[in-house]
Write a protein that binds this ligand. Structure first.
Ligand SMILES: Nc1ncnc2c1ncn2[C@@H]1O[C@H](COP(=O)(O)OP(=O)(O)O)[C@@H](O)[C@H]1O
Ligand SMILES: [Mg+2]
Length: 188
């Protein structure tokens, strides 16, 4: 039996108004991504990569076509809940500057109401995963880390925090090379 793709785009289109009429940023994209698959979307500046990602978490809505996450049409999902299921690693490795590494990693499970002891053990697992020493880095602020350590911390923040769900979209443009080479295991 064929498994439901984790993300499925079907005939997705999005245009923006331009001085000479509408410009198609995403033009009839159909694409399926399986759970655990690692996919890079490559293209020149202005070719629609960011628009496709923004459509996926409903920062913007498509003009036509459908996007499904684990079989659910995102058009029928509440946008904030949808975004909590999708991890995004920003190019500059965004971490909240006033919060420790552990607090940054624990944000989403805290918003989801996960018990503190469970958050603490998941934070330790994720620090190990991205090879940040728990004893050294757990309670540091982002400015106390190197650039590569900050990116790894940001990558840990965007891993699935709910073991039962375990779905994530990873935007890996600027992951630390070590993380990018390593195949990140799915949570058990
Ligand atoms: N909010 C917007 N309003 C108008 N045009 C936009 C908007 N967002 C993106 N575009 C245009 O859509 C096209 C694709 O942009 P984008 O998806 O950001 O490209 P990429 O990420 O591949 O560099 C570009 O021509 C860009 O100028
Ligand atoms: Mg872009």
């Amino acid at each position: 039996m064929q498994r439901t793709p984790l993300i499925a785009y079907a005939n997705v289109r999005k245009s923006f108004p331009g001085p000479a009429g509408a410009v198609a940023a995403v033009d009839d994209v159909s694409l399926e991504i399986a759970e655990g698959e690692f996919l890079a979307i490559v293209g020149g500046s202005g070719s629609g990569k960011t628009t496709l990602l923004r459509l996926t978490n409903r920062l913007i809505d498509a003009d036509s076509g459908t996007i499904r996450i684990a079989g659910d049409d995102i058009g029928g999902l509440e946008p904030v809940g949808l975004r909590r299921r999708i991890g995004t690693v920003f190019q500059n490795g965004a971490l909240f500057p006033h919060m420790t590494v552990a607090a940054n990693i624990g944000i989403t499970p805290r918003l989801l109401g996960t018990p503190p002891a469970e958050i603490a053990s998941r934070v330790d697992e994720l620090l190990d995963l991205v090879q940040l020493d728990r004893t050294v880095h757990r309670d540091r602020l982002p400015h106390e880390l190197s650039g590569g350590q900050r990116r790894r911390g940001a990558s840990a923040c965007r891993q699935p925090t709910d073991r039962a769900d375990g779905r994530a979209v990873r935007r890996a443009r600027s992951l630390d090379a070590r993380c990018a080479r390593q195949r990140l295991p799915r949570p058990a």
